[in-house]
Design a protein around this ligand. Structure first.
Ligand code: ATP
Length: 236
């Protein structure tokens, strides 16, 4: 059984049909990537999985339970955590306070301390900047903070929305390395990216979306080698 199964998902904004009957699944331990141009519906799918949007139709089944009608905090508690596009860190709060916000469901002090240690180990730079205002971090560091904040709830499934967006090339490589390492430590990842080449290189499987529909799917390597994918998304 897949960890997450999205079936015939349709999501509308008023009269706009942003997602039109999308189906895909994610197995435990995989990195699955959704790629596609601006406006293809990727962010909408992610927000629907995390409970921020409600579908017009279709189901989202997580560990055998339908979650498409659940509220966002319940979905976080079940083990799904999202890193939003644009990071949305809390400016005016320290790095440490931002991380604490990610553990808002955590009441056990010992578990909280373990979450902090795991995040410091993954992102040593955050440990050096703990008391610094999060707004003063570089773009790459803010992305690490947003990922660290999501990891504070010890998710089983991490949803990443365009983690490489707007970053300098050196940080882009680092972020993809970190995503791979997060998977290797046992967290399943759904990765949304416009940077299709790097996303597919680290993905076990991928789905190509266009205008709210899945156009193609395969292993990361199959999609990288596909002539249509190369032409449309990999710059020839
Ligand atoms: P991006 O990379 O820009 O985030 P995307 O593939 O994630 O693109 P979505 O953001 O999911 O695409 O958008 C899918 C469609 O829904 C687009 O046509 C978009 O214009 C529309 N859309 C997104 N958000 C809203 C909104 N709040 N109100 C109305 N339409 C929206």
């Amino acid at each position: 059984m897949a960890m997450l199964e999205v079936k015939d998902l349709a999501v509308n904004y008023g009269v706009i049909n942003a997602v039109k009957g999308v189906s895909f699944d994610i197995n435990e331990g995989e990195i699955v990537s959704l790629i596609g141009a601006n406006g293809a519906g990727k962010t909408t799918i992610l927000k629907t999985i995390s409970g921020l949007l409600k579908p017009a139709s279709g189901t989202i089944t997580y560990e055998g339970h339908e979650i498409q009608k659940e509220k966002a905090p319940k979905i976080v508690a079940a083990g799904i955590s999202q890193v939003p596009e644009g990071r949305h860190i809390f400016p005016g709060m320290s790095v440490k306070e931002n991380l604490q916000m990610g553990a808002f469901l955590q009441s056990d002090r010992q578990a909280m301390a373990e979450s902090f240690e795991a995040v410091y180990e993954r992102f040593p730079i955050l440990k050096q900047r703990l008391n610094q205002d999060a707004a003063t971090l570089s773009g790459g560091e803010q992305q690490m903070l947003a990922m660290g904040r999501a990891l504070m709830s010890k998710p089983k499934l991490l949803l990443l929305d365009e983690p490489s967006m707007g970053l300098a090339p050196i940080f882009i490589n680092e972020i993809f390395e970190i995503v791979k390492a997060i998977k290797e430590q046992g967290t399943t990842v759904l990765l949304i990216e416009q940077n299709a080449k790097q996303a597919l290189s680290i993905a076990d499987r991928g789905y190509v979306l266009a205008t709210g529909e899945v156009k193609m799917s395969g292993t990361g390597q199959e999609l990288l080698a596909n002539a249509d994918v190369q032409k449309a998304y990999l710059g020839g």
